[in-house]
Design a protein around this ligand. Structure first.
Ligand SMILES: [Cu+2]
Length: 109
């Protein structure tokens, strides 16, 4: 009887973990402006942060796929991180100071 109880407790525990990990991460895909491989590195490195599981920007489509912990970031915050390093998104514009810091070949406007 004790063994069965242990088993049930174990199962419940595993289920709880599975449920939690399902809601932990959010995936977003949105447009980020950029023109070259350097931009790609800058965009992806800017998102090389704790709580961001994946950041993959596609040069051709200008689309970024990002997977982040929703307890740590909102989608808007991800946009703001990118704008801060000089890359405008469909939601957040870049400041002139940040844009001026971009390398010559990275000026997308
Ligand atoms: Cu570039």
């Amino acid at each position: 009887m004790f063994k069965i109880k242990l088993c049930i407790t174990g199962l419940l525990f595993v289920q709880t973990i599975a449920c939690k990990s399902q809601s932990k991460f959010t995936e977003s895909i949105f447009e980020v402006k950029g023109v070259c491989g350097m931009c790609e590195n800058r965009i992806e490195n800017a998102l090389d942060l704790k709580g961001i599981k994946l950041a993959d920007w596609d040069l051709e489509s200008k689309k970024l796929r990002v997977i982040y912990k929703n307890s740590m970031y909102t989608e808007l915050e991800v946009h703001e991180i990118l704008a801060a390093v000089g890359h405008a998104t469909d939601k957040v514009k870049v400041t002139k100071t940040a844009y001026d810091k971009l390398h010559k070949c990275c000026k997308y406007e």
